[in-house]
Design a protein around this ligand. Sequence first.
Ligand SMILES: Nc1nc2c(ncn2[C@@H]2O[C@H](COP(=O)(O)OP(=O)(O)O)[C@@H](O)[C@H]2O)c(=O)[nH]1
Ligand SMILES: [Mg+2]
Length: 376
Amino acid sequence: MTASPLISVVIPTYKECLNIPLIAQAIRDCLSNVHFEIIFVDDDSQDGSAAAVEALQDNMPVSIIVRTGVRGLSTAVIEGIVNARGKYVVVMDADLSHPASAILDIIALLQSGNADFVIGSRYVDGGSFDENWGLFRLLNSKLATWLAMPLCHVKDPMSGFFAFERENMPPIHKLSPVGYKIGLEILVKGEFSQPSEVPIHFVDRQHGESKLDFKEQIRYLKHLRRLYQYKYTTLAEFIQFGIVGSTGFIVDTIVYFSLQFLFGLGHLNARALSFWPAVTWNWYFNRVVTFTNSDRKKKLKQWLSFSVTSLFGFAVNVGSYRLLTDFVPFFVEHKFMAFIVGVALGMGFNFMAARIFVFKPLEDEMIAEIDSQKRS
Ligand SMILES: Nc1nc2c(ncn2[C@@H]2O[C@H](COP(=O)(O)OP(=O)(O)O)[C@@H](O)[C@H]2O)c(=O)[nH]1
Ligand SMILES: [Mg+2]
């Protein structure tokens, strides 16, 4: 086996046979003095991509992995990285949108020790993209970028052009990319502390079609949710718990009034009964939305323990209201403030009890496994 290359360029491809020789040649021209390899990872395009790579093999160190029966940019990139041998891995698109001429700048930045993850970026000073981006495409890209900002401190986290030292690749079992943005996934889960960006001019593709469609954008939102859940677990859960709780409050209110006005129940009975549909609603949506990364307990048992903790939470809510309005002069005057404090305390109690007793968190490995089962 020959010595390991300095740089492995990983290129996911799907129906890019026209672009393959062009991108390979561009990389070779730019890396003429460097030991490199190019790994194409193709999802069985059947358009002559494999033959196009073979035709190049006499002239340069290129290889192609053809995956059959699977599709997906992110998993293709992971597969390429797993098979890479270089000290540094560069991931880029095949469609010539990413300039090969930036690779050496990117590697130099990694070698300087001033960065541990480098992005070829459209949005830093000196970066740009083709003029003909319509307003919608621009807004779309900006919004998507903006949503990812709190996860990582870079201007172009959506870029598909990025590089890092191969030994810093996060463990595969931690990765659960649901869509296109494998760079963002690696950046967040690899816990890189010095991400940095090199400006590039992003060129629109000349050959072939973009595979980024509306479905991919929805997947991106799901992916973001998971990354937030990963990075800011408790805060993300608390916010979702709050949203679920507010919708549960609406259910509670509707049932409370319906029982009285449609079924003629007294207000105390209505109050006691409306608690149950509301608590069931909250349990269900906390199970499928808020605490998706939790122990998959049997439904009935979990519903019961959720109901019990919610009853305690309700007691905390009403009990604190009672205490404040009986004993604290400020709240005697401002009863609605006591009501708010009671709701907040009850919700805080409910959240902690739900987290600790009802929806126990799973290990990262288990979460990744469940994600991959869902995907397959
Ligand atoms: N292996 C593989 N590559 C893909 C897949 N989807 C897209 N790609 C490649 O990933 C890169 C980026 O895709 P592209 O369609 O250009 O997305 P865009 O640049 O966001 O419009 C290109 O090199 C594509 O050929 C896929 O399902 N599998
Ligand atoms: Mg592209």
